[in-house]
Design a protein around this ligand. Structure first.
Ligand SMILES: *Cc1c(COP(=O)(O)O)cnc(C)c1O
Length: 356
């Protein structure tokens, strides 16, 4: 008789890693206790964790995360995009979940360490980036319904690129009428794990309707467009240099994307008027049909800038512009990827080198 349970790993080995599965070789780990605060960061090989079955974060969802990217610039430097903005948002997520806040310097230091260890995954031609995933969870072995007294921070990375590259095909998006993502007083404005699994059914319904992403409406009136599954939404009104770039204003039920903030700055720099306001779904439709809204696009760290060509709502729907990527979407996408690659001056200091 054996006393140890011989458990197979919960994840079968993947032969051909798909998007989000091509992990790099290393991870950074830090622990927090009430007595000692944060430990020094430890860089180690990426490996399975050993967790007590009663780990509090697994049961009660005391889990927060971030998503940021590292790029290789044309001059060979590898670095992280807007790490301090992600660190600040991470702190806000921790605060909302009654978790200890990780100082910005510890967050950015972990990111630079991982990029230095795994920069071999960033080819010189810039065709791939690293998606960095910081994660923090309550690590007490306790099923008491209260905040954990110990925490673990992990930083891992996977290789990404080319999924929505230049000339990306526009995606169709699907309005969810059955579910909502965020409610006033809830957690919509922070990146907490519990926000995502409840959206999987709506994502499945979107895919069954031939769409790539869910369009979320506000929970109270079911009228105002908030965002997409893991991306913020922009509309373009009018054409040419006079075109207005419009995005839903930050109510506390949508996620304040770093990419959203970047694109607001870049759109202004390209000479557009930018508007943050409430956008009603029926106005989005009416303004597309009247030719006022000429383009729509989704944006986020993972997907960068992705044109939206069609909106489906129940049995109906509408096309945005001519359904093709529009000139404003394309110009913003190009400018952002040029900045990532260091092909245009980084006036805002958004790129933080990890190597030199
Ligand atoms: C992460 C995320 C975004 C995009 O934020 P970025 O900082 O631009 O990556 C948008 N919406 C949701 C729900 C998200 O989780």
């Amino acid at each position: 008789m054996t006393t140890d349970l011989e458990l197979a790993p919960p994840h079968p080995a993947v032969a051909e890693p798909g998007p989000g599965e091509a992990f790099t070789d290393h991870m950074v780990v830090m622990d927090w206790t009430e007595a000692d605060g944060w430990s020094a960061p430890r860089l180690s090989r990426l490996a399975d964790l050993s967790l007590h079955p009663g780990t509090l974060g697994l049961h009660y969802g005391q889990v927060v995360f971030e998503g940021l990217k590292a790029h290789r610039r044309a001059d060979g430097t590898a670095g992280v995009w807007r790490p301090r903005d992600h660190a600040l948002r991470f702190r806000g997520s921790c605060r909302r979940m009654a978790m200890p806040e990780l100082p910005e310097d510890a967050f950015t230091d972990a990111a630079h360490r991982l990029v230095r260890a795994d920069e071999g995954f960033l080819p010189a031609d810039g065709s791939r980036s690293l998606y960095l995933r910081p994660l923090m969870f309550g690590s007490d072995a306790s099923l008491m319904l209260r905040p954990s007294r110990t925490y673990r921070f992990l930083l891992m990375a996977f290789v990404t690129g080319g999924f929505f590259g230049d000339g990306a095909e526009p995606v169709a998006v699907h309005v969810s009428r059955d579910h909502v993502r965020a409610v006033p007083g809830g957690t919509g404005e922070v990146k907490v794990a519990g926000n995502y699994a409840p959206t999987f059914l709506a994502q499945r319904a979107a895919e069954a309707a031939g769409c790539r992403q869910v369009v979320w409406l506000d929970a109270v009136e079911r009228r105002w467009v908030e965002e997409l599954g893991g991306m913020n939404l922009f509309l373009v009104r009018g054409r040419g240099e006079r075109a207005e770039v419009v995005t839903p204003e930050l109510t506390r039920t949508l996620l304040p994307g770093v990419t959203r903030s970047t694109l607001l700055t870049l759109a202004r720099r390209l000479g557009h008027r930018v508007v943050e306001e409430r956008i009603a779904l029926d106005e989005w439709r009416a303004q597309c049909e009247a030719g006022v809204v000429t383009e729509a696009f989704a944006c986020g760290t993972w997907a960068v800038v992705t044109p939206v060509g069609r909106v489906r709502d129940g049995d109906g729907g509408w096309t945005v512009g001519d359904g093709r990527p529009g000139p404003v979407t394309t110009a913003l996408h190009r400018l952002l990827t040029d900045l990532h690659r260091g092909r245009v001056p980084d006036e805002d200091g958004w790129f933080h080198p990890s190597t030199r």
